[in-house]
Design a protein around this ligand. Structure first.
Ligand code: ADP
Ligand code: MG
Length: 693
């Protein structure tokens, strides 16, 4: 048997069961092997019922003393309740819509259950457990439960796939592997294993599923997380190495008078960080290996200028350049600023707008193909559409994490020669994530803001201060400034108690902002409507813009100097920081006010960090620590490989070691068959296709 075999090869898994398992994402034996426990149930630490406290996680064991079945709701949900006792007290266990359990739950049977306890609904102070992470009914009275005691895995299970089923399957799987009937090949080279003190693969798998003690879990987790990160790093480095060896890129000449002229015509001097990033880019561009560089810098740190210089350098060498912006309006802004500085020097800049008529678009394509345009700016459509270039030399993307490694590869096929690629991102990304998501790119950081920038002053205030806050906003507007008000929701949601953009808009326009032109933008508007509103705000016609986070990736409105964020506790730190970056872009003193209700200490601390620092990198690290990578990326998950055990928020040490090890392996000669096979099995097209040349 092989790890790539379908799960159906296991005993007890027929076509129906297999389908249910597939529904859980468990298709192959490999999937099952790496379906690592979510937690463990330590049956040696059973809490006596009499000592339980509400809100606590615990495992209990008891005899069923009473059973009840009820129907509730219009659709007749079945509620099963069992009362159990262990001699120290009584506890209610409740199952919703699991009618089939009725045959199993019999008075007098013994049951184990794990979960969080709460006070029973309507039952004077009696404790209940209704959301159990696991439970086990001792089927056969004579069964020696003690024998099973120890640490049991708790898996993510499903409606038709029970905990006990998964346990039986992992046990069977490990048994087959240990008997040599299923091959679980070692994927980390022996030398690396020795050097980094890693358990053999199969042993680690046994220990992660069925550990004898906590220490075994730790050692197994270290090995398996290392393996996961090592494989990804190895894959990324291999891609990079192949690109360097095989791809013929463009060797741009060192900077001449055109680039020099643009540089000296800038109304400011580059900051040191900008200078370094520019130097990195020049070095890359002047080498024959295609550039793949990521410039990471906070909003307003001056990345756009650097991008412009790189594009000019491409033009100076007789090539064309393309720049992709995340939104149409941003593309337009870049176009305006670029053409302002570059047209006088004879550089032909064009905007490929989604709004062009079909005819105008075609004309633009023709001009691009005939090299009558030097620099084209547009949205992502620029690479996806049927655009062909006469001589594309450089692509700049402002990516906001929306591109995976696979999509980036599309770019490489656009030009005659392999164009250089510069990726810009305004969201600071913690180092662990950079290495994981952008591991195939070189990174330049811009950490300083240009001098003379008035820092945004940040305040966190409770809801009871809203009236005063908006009075202040009104005063600023009367002085000629503009303001943003950001809300977490579009429409009213009665349960959440959160302010919706709609509601706040009505409240403000009908109240203290009566007679002042306000706008409301949110994601449900048509793209065109949204852009028109943003345009009006940009032109200063709209004074106050109530919005959802659609403005996160937004326009540069230097006159907007004030921002209020409602229910700020609902946003991540990185996101708040991103929002805050919309202001403080002009000559005016800027204010950012987070209206937050901090119900918990953690929420309060989170908010305080926002007051204390404006360093996006610090905030990003904090955010990742506090909320984990899933939340951190939110809807931007693209490009992040699916990690089954490693945690990029916590495992920076393991990542750095795995990276080091992978680097050594790749240096030692590419294509270790076992590592390649593992990559192929685990990541296929999902992350990158390593076998593609
Ligand atoms: P980013 O693209 O990183 O968000 P921008 O390139 O839009 O930042 O820069 C923000 C503003 O700062 C722009 O108006 C730009 O002209 C200005 N700027 C950029 N670099 C400098 C600098 N070194 N000194 C002064 N102002 C600068
Ligand atoms: Mg090059």
């Amino acid at each position: 048997m092989e790890l790539s075999d379908d799960i159906e090869v296991l005993k007890g898994v027929g076509p129906k069961k297999a389908q249910q398992l597939h529904g859980l994402g468990l298709c192959s034996l490999f999937d099952l092997l790496t379906h690592f426990p979510r937690s463990y149930e330590d049956q040696s630490s059973i809490t006596p019922i009499g000592r339980l406290e509400a809100g606590e996680r615990a495992t209990v064991a008891g005899i069923i003393t009473g059973l009840q079945e009820k129907r509730a709701g219009r659709r007749g949900m079945v509620i099963l309740t069992a009362t159990i006792s262990d001699g120290t007290g009584f506890l209610q266990l409740t199952w919703f819509n699991q009618k089939f359990l009725k045959q199993k739950l019999k008075t007098g049977r013994r049951i184990f259950a794990s979960g969080r306890t709460a006070y029973a609904y309507g039952g004077q102070g009696q404790l209940a457990m209704s959301q159990m992470t696991s439970f086990e009914i001792v089927e056969d009275e004579g069964a020696d439960m003690e024998a099973k005691c120890g640490i049991l895995p708790v898996y993510s299970a499903g409606e038709n796939v029970k905990q006990s089923m998964l346990r039986a399957l992992t046990e069977q799987l490990l048994g087959l592997a240990e008997a040599g009937e299923l091959a679980v090949p070692e994927v980390i080279p022996e030398g690396v294993r020795q050097q980094y003190g890693l358990l053999p693969r199969l042993q680690a798998c046994r220990q992660i599923h069925y550990p004898e003690d906590r220490q075994q879990v730790e050692k197994a987790r270290y090995r398996l997380a290392f393996e996961e990160l090592y494989l990804i790093q190895y894959g990324l480095m291999l891609l990079k190495k192949r690109r360097q060896e095989r791809q013929q890129g463009i060797r741009f000449a060192s900077c001449g008078s055109l680039t020099g002229g643009v540089l000296s015509s800038l109304p400011f001097r580059l900051t040191d960080d900008q200078q370094n990033a520019w130097q990195d880019i020049c070095n890359d561009m002047e080498r024959p290996v295609p550039m793949r560089r990521l410039v990471q810098g906070d909003v307003g740190s001056g990345k756009t200028v650097i991008a412009m210089l790189a594009l000019v350098k491409a033009v100076e060498n007789g090539f064309q350049g393309a720049m992709m912006a995340p939104t149409e309006i941003l593309a337009r802004q870049h176009f305006e600023s670029f053409s302002g500085s570059l047209e006088p020097l004879g550089i032909r800049v064009a905007l490929l707008s989604g709004r062009l008529t079909k005819k105008a678009k075609q004309e633009m394509y023709d001009r691009l193909a005939a090299h009558e345009i030097d620099i084209v700016i547009g949205t992502h459509a620029l690479i996806q559409e049927d655009v062909s270039f006469a001589n594309l030399g450089l692509v700049v993307t402002d990516e906001q994490h929306r591109f995976g490694i696979n999509q980036r590869a599309v770019l490489e096929k656009k030009g005659r020669l392999v164009p250089d690629v510069l990726v810009m991102t305004a969201t600071p990304i913690p180092r662990t994530l950079t290495l994981t998501v952008y591991g195939d790119l070189e990174v330049s950081l811009i950490r300083q803001l240009p001098p003379g920038r008035k820092p945004v002053r940040t305040f966190v205030r409770g809801r009871d201060r809203r009236e005063l806050i908006y009075k202040f906003v009104l005063e600023e507007i009367k002085k000629g400034r503009q303001a943003y008000v950001v809300c977490p929701l579009i429409e009213m949601n009665e349960d959440s108690g959160l302010s919706s953009a709609q509601e706040v808009y009505e409240e403000l326009t009908g109240g203290i902002f009566y007679g002042i032109k306000c706008g409301l933008v949110h994601g449900k508007l048509k793209q065109k409507e949204k852009e028109e509103l943003m345009q009006e705000f940009y032109e200063g016609k709209i004074k106050l813009l109530v919005a959802t986070t659609v403005i996160e990736v937004g326009v540069n409105v230097p006159n907007a100097s004030i921002m209020v964020v409602e229910n700020a506790q609902r946003f991540g730190l990185a996101q708040l920081h991103q929002l805050r970056g919309r202001i403080g872009r002009g000559e005016y003193a800027s204010y950012c006010i987070f209206v937050a209700e901090e119900r918990t200490e953690a929420a309060r601390q989170r908010m305080e960090i926002m007051e204390r620092t404006t360093d996006g990198f610090v905030l990003a690290e904090e955010d990742l620590k506090l909320r984990g990578p899933g939340q951190f990326f939110g809807s931007m998950q693209h490009g992040l490989p699916d990690l089954k055990i490693a945690d990029v928020g916590q495992d920076i040490d393991i990542l750095l070691r795995a990276r080091q090890a992978a680097m050594e392996t790749v240096k030692g000669g590419e294509g270790l068959p076992e590592v390649l096979a593992a990559l192929q099995l685990q990541y296929r097209e999902q992350f990158f296709n390593i076998t593609e040349n």
